[in-house]
Design a protein around this ligand. Structure first.
Ligand SMILES: C[S@@+](CC[C@H](N)C(=O)[O-])C[C@H]1O[C@@H](n2cnc3c(N)ncnc32)[C@H](O)[C@@H]1O
Length: 353
């Protein structure tokens, strides 16, 4: 068996965007193929017209460049009709055909209600599978191995078996980042910014770039979840919103509240960060964020783009074009990701190079 297909997990309802994105990314690398993606299934599978090209694509495509894919695994063909009495044997055979040593074994499933129901099956299966793999001479805790082994269940009797490079795939199973909602945070949005900081920066970079005494403007800040995250990092924040800010957060003494329009506010002097969670049309927000960078009002910005119900992919492409035009066609760094805490939106990070 060859791992010639690319399995991409995504938020349920975003399979079409995931398919459009992988098709465009593959075409840009000279690979033609087709995508199988059922609406609301929570995943898409790209198959190149030539298997060799598909395997090559899986190795060279940068996972972090993909917006809608939460996880990326190179898989073989779908294993179907797994016997209910022994699902393990066919999975072990498929795993063995792909390699003999892996860093880890992850069992995954779609992030849907049907997928969640599969956990009752996969949880007891895991120890049996681990034992059978070891018995078959397949290592699943070899730190020197280059890849991780993945088993992705799409139903009680069907799964994909595949491999992923831990440095070029999600850092947690199913790409879901588990973060506890801090009791003191003024809104649930707080966890979104926390996930964005994890997604876009490694530990050292995060500590350096969100350091005590640094300054930020939060556009659309009320009630203050994002501001709260920055205050936790001992930063000084100007919160711009006509709505009220959380009283305890204001008591920190690190926040100035400006009742102003986020599209008109200009900082009296440059700040380190502008963050923006205003619910507005994506192209307007993209233009605003690019303007802050172009004018040198902030060194970097993190913003949400609330995607429309239709033509989300086209809208995202348009937002990228807006940024590119505003910043003269280069010299900037832009990453966009649909975080696991994002719903209809995606989160972007933009800075000068
Ligand atoms: C999703 S909420 C922000 C939640 C906030 N990030 C948090 O963590 O608590 C969006 C906010 O944007 C504000 N907003 C929308 N349009 C705005 C504008 N033009 N100027 C300033 N604030 C705006 C709304 O008042 C609302 O409070």
């Amino acid at each position: 068996m060859k791992a010639a297909r690319l399995l991409l997990q995504c938020r349920a309802g975003f399979e079409k965007e995931c398919a459009q994105e992988i098709t465009a990314a593959a075409a840009a690398m000279g690979v033609e193929g087709f995508v199988k993606a059922k609406p609301d299934s929570g995943f898409a599978v790209f198959q190149a017209h030539q298997d060799d090209m598909g395997a090559e694509l899986g190795r060279n495509l940068e996972f972090r460049r993909l917006v809608f894919a939460r996880q990326m695994v190179r898989v073989g063909e779908l294993l179907t009709d797994l016997p209910e009495s022994d699902r393990v044997t066919p999975i072990v055979a498929a795993a063995r055909a792909l390699g003999k040593a892996y860093q880890a074994l992850w069992i995954e499933m779609p992030d849907t209600n049907d997928g969640k129901a599969l956990a009752t099956l996969t949880r007891p299966l895991l120890p049996h599978l681990e034992k059978a793999l070891r018995k078959a001479g397949v290592a699943i805790d070899d730190s020197a191995a280059g890849e991780r082994l993945h088993v992705f269940f799409v139903g009680g009797r069907a799964c994909y078996v595949g491999v992923a490079d831990p440095a070029n795939s999600a850092r947690s199973p199913m790409g879901i980042v588990r973060l506890r909602m801090p009791a003191a945070a003024p809104s649930r949005s707080a966890v979104k910014l926390a996930e964005a900081l994890q997604e876009f920066f490694d530990d050292a970079e995060r500590t350096r770039r969100f350091a005590p005494g640094m300054t930020a403007v939060d556009l659309g800040a009320s009630p203050g979840g994002w501001t709260w995250q920055l205050v936790q990092r001992h930063m000084l924040v100007t919160a711009v919103d006509n709505g009220a800010m959380d009283a305890a957060l204001m008591d920190s003494g690190q926040v100035k509240h400006r009742r102003d329009d986020g599209f008109h506010y200009q900082p009296p002097e440059p700040v380190d960060w502008m963050v923006c969670d205003m619910v507005e049309s994506p192209s307007r927000i993209a233009r605003l964020a690019a303007r802050w960078i172009a004018q040198g009002w902030c060194a970097g910005t993190i913003f949400n783009l609330k995607l429309p119900m239709k033509k989300r992919w086209e809208e995202l492409v348009r937002c990228r074009e807006i940024v590119d035009e505003a910043l003269g066609g280069g010299g900037y760094y832009l990453r966009v990701k649909q975080l696991s805490h994002d719903r209809e939106e995606v989160t972007a990070y933009l800075a000068r190079r």
